[in-house]
Ligand binder design. Structure first.
Ligand code: BGC
Length: 698
């Protein structure tokens, strides 16, 4: 019997209350010292079959998850197992780099491995459903949730979405993944969390929904609605986006879960009258599981009895939940899981270190890096001895098992002569007196980004800037390390002898940074989001749409173009940018033919030479410009990338296959196809690439 057949059989036996119960998600509870749950109310609801999913963000997940699961199986009438759900943005117990950082690796197979490791840990705790990956396109670092996202680019986000889905939904330790937050949540006005998203359907389809479409194609089991509105309708009540686009156009047949409270918030949007109205609108629009609004719990049964929403619609949603439970094997053995030893294992920490090595982005380097271990080094800054390196959105019980940056360098054999934990100028100067190199660390605490952490000021604190200037004026060699979950304004630090965007890299941050700074490892990270030169130019990103009066850098002072008259138009560092200890030289692009027939392909090739004494990895990037299109399109868009390892002085030919699919986009009528005509293909080391060739699609 298929899962669907089994689910249909079960559905026939269910009361209306039990059906609604499958769409209800409740927060889990904790167990006290005697092993007694601290919520009588929750246990009663489970017993009555009124809860389908539990979200658990607790102290000991596996013990409480098991308790509730046993309770459901032993006390509820139909013995339907619970789905145990948890947020797992960059790890459960082993913490990996924050997603904005892991996207800088452009390493989909390693990101997949990290997601698989997270799934193994979740599986060992009984968690079979995660609210990840977050794949909101984020072009505004004022928005604190940029940290959770793969950055500004649709194609990169799409590749990361697929990698996360493959990793979570792996064969050995399958955990259902959730693509979130569908959609446009990252485009909130002014970078203010929960603010309005103003966007036309065409941009939504081509830019913001692209990663979701890719994640759906990869088989993601679930999608979470955002808090925002699209085309003036709250997403949790938006039938066009949830049913017509997500289900009918993209072919999604998994679960739609609402974001916490988003069904209920339709009242404050002035889109629903009361809880009852919210319940009706959410189910009609296509929300299957109500997270945190309680509108299904309190009103859905009434609305169905009143005939305000059909029982068929309810049955469809319930079937979807039951099918997933059967597919997961929960009805057969809900306690089947990997051994606990997998949690925070050496194997997972190894993956965490491999990924942490690939995420930092070298922004400046006058040759001070790598630092020979014979040099004396000193540390200045608030992150020197801090354990706040993991990043936000993590609930690991291993928060103390984090090595500080200083310990990472000491363990790696560096000669550390002093540490100044603050930015007191006199103290810092004194401590750094004997040092050949100062590692100056700046950034944000993990409390400063994430949900509801919008900032209008992205500057580094003033005392840090003053201290940095004083050390530079004293003639010190200063390497600046940025520890942050979002791009910040770094103008005051571009005169650093080296500047490194280090992000929050998780448990292996300190070891990874030490290895990169010593040259035991080489930098290969490339920016997944533009670093602005000032807040006033935000949003700033590379894939700008073509304009009637575009900003032309070579003629930057001409007024009548899209520029700022009073300051910087160019960002500080563009998408895709990042240096290495190797020096990569790009040759000319060659195409195997100049015309592509419909359905055909073109191979674009380029020779790249590592013109240095240092082995290294280059992230080679392919961009495409559709020269004349039916709707206005971006100047160029990333359409491919490859991480290429090259030995010192080696030359390699790198090929990209350009298929017609890479040229397609959603047209005004909502159809997806490629325009005939001219296309430019660019291959280079960042989004400023000018090296290009033309071909024609016939
Ligand atoms: C966040 C979601 C998260 C949910 C459950 C919400 O506040 O927006 O991303 O999955 O909480 O923790």
């Amino acid at each position: 019997m298929t899962s669907l057949d089994r689910a249909k059989d079960l559905l026939k036996q269910m009361t209306l209350t039990e059906k609604v119960g499958q769409l209800v998600l409740r927060a889990g509870c904790n167990l006290d010292e005697q092993g007694v749950p601290d919520s009588v109310d929750l246990m009663k609801q489970i017993e009555e079959g009124k809860v389908g999913t539990i979200i658990q963000l607790p102290t000991d997940m596996s013990e409480t998850a098991d308790y509730m699961q046993h309770y459901a199986l032993e006390h509820s009438r139909l013995k339907i197992p619970l789905l145990i759900n948890s947020d797992m943005i960059h790890g459960l117990e082993t913490i990996f780099p924050v997603p904005i950082a892991s996207a800088c690796s452009f390493d989909t197979s390693l990101v997949e491995k990290s997601a698989k490791a997270s799934a193994e840990e979740a599986n060992a705790c009984g968690i079979r459903y995660t609210n990840a990956p977050m794949i909101d396109i984020s072009r505004d670092p004022r928005w604190g949730r940029i940290v959770e996202s793969p950055g500004e680019d649709s194609y990169l986000a799409g590749e990361m979405a697929k990698a996360f889905v493959r990793g979570f939904q792996n064969e050995d330790a399958y955990v259902m993944s959730t693509l979130k937050h569908y959609a446009g949540y990252g485009a909130c006005e002014g970078g203010r969390d929960y603010d309005v998203c103003e966007m036309c359907e065409n941009t939504m389809l081509n830019t913001y929904l692209y990663p979701f479409e890719q994640g759906v194609k990869a088989g993601a089991d679930s999608v979470m609605t955002g808090f925002n509105i699209i085309e003036n309708i709250p997403v949790s009540g938006n039938k066009k986006y949830l049913r017509d686009i997500l289900r009918d156009k993209f072919g999604f047949n998994g679960l739609v879960i609402s974001d916490a409270g988003s069904c209920f918030e339709m009242i404050s949007y002035g889109y629903a009258k009361d809880l009852y109205d919210c319940a009706v609108k959410s189910l009609v629009a296509g929300v299957d599981i109500d997270l945190g609004s309680d509108v299904y719990q309190f009103e859905l049964e009434n609305a169905i009895r009143d005939g305000k929403v059909s029982e068929e619609l309810l049955d469809e949603a319930v079937l979807r939940v039951l099918v997933k439970k059967f597919d997961l094997g929960l009805f057969d053995d809900p306690f089947k899981r990997l051994p606990k030893e997998t949690i925070f294992s050496d194997e997972h920490l190894k993956v965490a270190e491999e990924l942490a090595l690939e995420c930092p982005v070298l922004l400046e380097n006058n040759g001070i890096l790598p630092i020979a271990k014979t040099k004396k080094i000193a540390f200045v800054g608030e992150f020197s001895l801090s354990k706040d390196l993991l990043g936000c959105w993590q609930y690991s019980q291993h928060v103390d098992d984090v090595k500080t940056i200083v310990s990472g360098f000491v363990d790696d054999g560096f000669d550390v002569v002093g540490v100044c934990e603050d930015y007191d100028i006199n103290n810092a100067k004194k401590i750094c007196e004997k040092a050949d190199v100062v590692i100056f660390n700046i950034g944000e605490s993990s409390e400063s980004n994430g949900e509801a952490r919008s900032h209008h000021d992205l500057h580094v604190r003033n005392d840090a800037i003053n201290c940095f200037n004083a050390l530079k004026a004293a003639g010190k060699n200063v390497v600046t390390l940025v520890v942050s979950g979002r791009p910040m304004i770094l103008n005051e630090f571009v005169s650093s002898d080296a500047l490194v965007m280090g992000w929050n890299l998780g448990h292996k941050m300190a070891d990874a940074i030490a290895k990169l700074f010593s040259g035991e490892a080489n930098f290969s990270g490339k920016l997944s989001a533009t670093i602005p030169a000032c807040e006033g130019q935000i949003p700033v990103y590379y894939a700008k749409k073509k304009l009637g009066r575009p900003y032309v850098k070579s003629n930057a002072t001409w007024r009548f173009q899209a520029r700022y008259d009073d300051g910087l138009t160019d960002p500080a560092y563009v998408f895709g940018y990042g240096l290495s200890y190797s020096k990569f030289i790009y040759g000319e692009i060659t195409l195997d033919k100049e015309t592509m027939e419909k359905g055909g392909q073109i191979v674009a090739s380029i020779n790249i030479t590592n013109d240095s004494d240092c082995d290294g990895v280059e992230v080679v990037q392919l961009y495409i410009n559709d020269k004349v299109s039916e709707v206005v399109r971006p100047e160029k868009e990333l359409k491919g990338f490859k991480r290429i390892f090259m030995k010192a002085h080696e030359t390699k030919k790198v090929d990209f296959v350009i298929t017609e699919e890479k040229l397609q986009y959603y047209h005004f009528d909502g159809k997806c196809f490629a325009d005939s005509g001219e296309f430019e293909v660019f291959i280079g080391s960042d989004s400023n690439v000018e090296n290009k060739k033309l071909f024609i699609l016939r």
